[in-house]
Write a protein that binds this ligand. Structure first.
Ligand code: APR
Ligand code: PHB
Length: 383
């Protein structure tokens, strides 16, 4: 087979990159290790920045998003006895939209099917060859047949555990692991809040999010090596009620349908290009989910890269030469914001640390400048 762009990984980054390139008449082939069902079944955050929503609408992916997405003006920041709403629309003119990453992925898969360019699923033994010359990707397809794709360019959209980074010889890596993890909970119960609640609590951070008017999503700060068997449904509801509770407010409970412990890390690798091999999305960076940046940063990478590759195929290499530095500017901005939100909201260290966090929360909700800075980063800086 031959294509212009061989894309390893058909998560949100790979699927969107293939879609954006297709709109520009650039051919691509998607290679995915898992099945389509497996990719869709990943339960992940679904907070879309204003810029992400606008981009998806502009490229024909806005119909279900506009019908089912829940537009939120802002979030609630909380500590014991205090809940404050930050209104991003008042502060910045921009809102955010709650629309599960699973839904974004389903819409992207449908678009690739409609374009007649669905991913190759259930592939294995993916290897990249001659990425600084005439690249090719060898793999074994779902039927066990050895295949090879010759391409002008290869893009690694294969996430944190994918192989693409290993074909980049001189990577610098920054990594920060946090002394806590999130216990994620999905429950069949209507949300007890209109918009997301981020709560600091002496026992640990808690969040009330949602997937739909009938499905709530919660997170509890736990130890990084937490044994989920120690968290019965009752213990989960008790902890959520304590950490999210404020006078006059009730947490409604319901059947818990999924619970899992999610690690927290910051990870950046540079550069995001080596010859004709590029990285985008989680393949190049991981942010703690506190800032809801993971999906939005993947979208920003591929929006930049699709334009850069398109103009390169038209003979102008200016944008591809600038891609890594330009992408990394936003990567570090989102990495800092995600670290900042995580450090402010998660209980760690001693009482002195707790007092600093409470002072920072108080300052953030009472200073228009401080709340505007949070709102600009959360709602998303211009793409
Ligand atoms: N061969 C083919 N595909 C692979 C390989 C491989 N060797 N290794 C990994 N993959 C696939 C994974 O199965 C996954 O579907 O690459 C895809 C990477 O997708 P994601 O991990 O979702 O990463 P990305 O597309 O960059 O999306 C980032 O997803 O992880 C969340 O929080 C993150 O919301 C953010 C978004
Ligand atoms: C979620 O709904 O899963 C979610 C929302 C906001 C975050 C992280 C996760 O910051």
């Amino acid at each position: 087979m031959r294509t212009q762009v061989a894309i390893v990984g058909a998560g949100p980054a790979g699927l969107l990159l293939s879609h954006l390139l297709g709109l520009e008449g650039v051919d691509s082939v998607l290679l995915e290790r898992q099945t389509a069902e497996y990719v869709q079944a990943r339960i992940r955050a679904g907070i879309l920045e204003a810029g992400t929503v606008e981009l998806l609408r502009n490229v024909g992916l806005g119909d279900r998003l506009d019908a089912e997405g829940m537009e939120h003006r802002g979030i609630h920041l909380q500590w014991p006895g205090n809940r404050h709403h930050l209104d991003f629309v008042d502060l910045t003119g921009r809102s955010v939209t709650v629309y599960g990453q699973t839904e974004v992925t389903k819409d992207l898969m449908a678009a690739r099917e409609k374009a007649g360019r669905p991913a190759f699923y259930s592939v294995s033994d993916v290897e990249l060859h001659d990425v600084t010359g005439s690249p090719s990707v060898s793999f074994v397809d779902a039927d066990g047949r050895a295949q090879r794709i010759d391409a002008d360019v290869v893009v690694g959209c294969d996430g944190f555990h994918g192989p693409s980074r290993s074909f980049m010889p001189r990577q610098k890596v920054w990594e920060r692991t946090y002394p806590f993890a999130w216990l994620g909970v999905l429950a069949d119960v209507a949300p007890s809040t209109d918009e997301l609640i981020y709560a600091w609590h002496p026992d640990g951070f808690a969040m009330h999010s949602m997937r739909s008017p009938h499905v709530s999503r919660f997170y509890l700060q736990v130890a990084p090596d937490e044994d989920i068997a120690r968290w019965s449904d009752d213990r989960i509801w008790t902890a959520l009620s304590e950490r999210l509770g404020v006078p006059g407010w009730t947490l409604h409970t319901g059947p818990i349908t999924e619970k899992s412990v999610l690690p927290m890390r910051s990870f950046v690798t540079t550069p995001m290009r080596h010859g004709n091999l590029y990285l985008a999305g989680d393949a190049a960076h991981i942010v703690p989910p506190t800032g809801a940046k993971g999906l939005n940063l993947a979208v920003a990478d591929v929006a930049l890269l699709s334009t850069a590759l398109t103009t390169s195929f038209q003979g102008d290499d200016g944008l591809v030469d600038a891609y890594s530095d330009a992408a990394l500017q936003r990567v570090w901005r989102c990495t800092h914001f995600s670290w900042w939100m995580t450090s402010m909201l998660h209980r760690h260290g001693d009482d002195f640390d707790a007092q600093l966090q409470l002072s920072q929360l108080q300052r953030t909700v009472t200073s228009e400048a401080a709340s505007t800075e949070l709102a600009n980063n959360y709602a998303g800086l211009p793409l």
